[in-house]
Write a protein that binds this ligand. Structure first.
Ligand SMILES: NC(=O)C1=CN([C@@H]2O[C@H](COP(=O)(O)OP(=O)(O)OC[C@H]3O[C@@H](n4cnc5c(N)ncnc54)[C@H](O)[C@@H]3O)[C@@H](O)[C@H]2O)C=CC1
Ligand SMILES: O=C(O)C1=N[C@H](C(=O)O)C[C@H](O)C1
Length: 265
């Protein structure tokens, strides 16, 4: 399968180029970056710290997508939406890891998935996807006297908050309680907040250093506290999930899929 990587010199872009190089049955067809990027014109393999592969990083993402059977996109929301439109027009499957999309951008991804198969997940690590299932189950087993709080920490470069994974964990907890997340969430707290309402699902965000990603879901009651935690030590797990998803999409019908589908959870 021929894969295009957009955002090829980013933290995840480089990981993806390395993961494609060591995965059987896939090859890097094209690589792109935003106009003005220092990586333009460089060999994608060398930028990723492996041997040269002859694929030069260009600034024409549409041409890169058209040269592939699947595009993998871990970039920024505005770019991802534009890439999804190109992929749907050209009949190219897509794997999306980008987080922080607003409701209008999210709707545009749903529109694109009417024409091509798209796998979109806030976190492609196996452990996080197991955690999502555990959180939903735990929330269903505990009554609302257990206060649910989601804490996440990421590297200082991250531009969206709470993380996409934290929001997905909140959504899993809300599903376990059979409520809509948007009706019970408290995405941050500051100042004179008043006492915590029963049933709220709270979020707290830490940023610092080079932390790859930590997520903890707390179920706190008067006499006990249950914590479910995941920590990523390397972005390799995300890249492995993304390339596995690209292979899984081959021959699929148009539609929006998640890691649950890819992993059969
Ligand atoms: N779903 C998952 O498993 C994971 C998701 N992410 C998400 O992936 C996204 C990227 O994360 P990082 O790699 O850490 O960020 P990054 O900033 O290192 O990389 C993003 C890259 O996209 C490029 N880019 C921006 N606009 C572009 C355009 N129009 N065309 C082509 N390239 C463009 C940037 O120049 C940059 O190199 C974030 O939203 C992050 O939250 C990150 C890790 C795992
Ligand atoms: O930006 C990151 O680094 C990550 N982003 C994703 C998110 O927002 O949840 C996934 C992972 O936590 C790393």
């Amino acid at each position: 399968m021929k894969i295009a990587v957009v955002g090829a010199s980013g933290r995840m872009g480089q990981m993806l180029v390395r993961q494609i190089a060591r995965t059987e049955g896939v090859s890097l067809a094209a690589a792109s970056e935003r106009p003005g990027s220092k990586a333009l014109g460089k060999d994608a393999g060398e930028v990723a710290g492996i041997e040269a592969n002859g694929v030069l990083i260009g600034d024409d993402s549409a041409a890169a997508i058209a040269a592939a059977q699947c595009v993998i996109d871990f970039t920024v929301p505005e770019a991802t939406v534009a890439h999804a439109k190109v992929a749907s027009d050209k009949g190219v499957a897509m794997v999306i890891g980008t987080t922080g999309l607003d409701p209008i951008q999210t709707k545009l991804i749903h529109d694109a998935a009417k024409k091509v198969p798209i796998m979109w997940a806030a976190n492609m690590a196996l452990g996080v996807n197991i955690l999502l299932a555990l959180v939903e189950k735990t929330a269903a087993m505990l009554d609302p006297s257990y206060d649910i709080e989601v804490l996440e920490m990421h590297h200082r470069h991250k531009i969206d908050a709470p993380s996409g994974t934290a929001l997905a964990l909140g959504r899993a907890a809300a599903a376990g309680r059979k409520v809509q997340l948007e009706e019970v969430w408290r995405k941050s707290r500051d100042g004179h907040t008043g006492a915590r309402p029963t049933g709220e699902i709270g979020f707290a965000t830490l940023r610092g250093g080079e932390e790859v990603g930590v997520h903890t879901v707390y179920f706190a009651a008067a006499g006990e506290r249950l914590e479910l935690n995941h920590r990523s030590f390397s972005r390799e797990t995300y890249a492995a999930g993304a390339v596995k998803s690209a292979k899984w999409l081959e021959g699929r019908k148009p539609g929006l899929y998640g890691m649950k589908d890819v992993l059969g959870l």
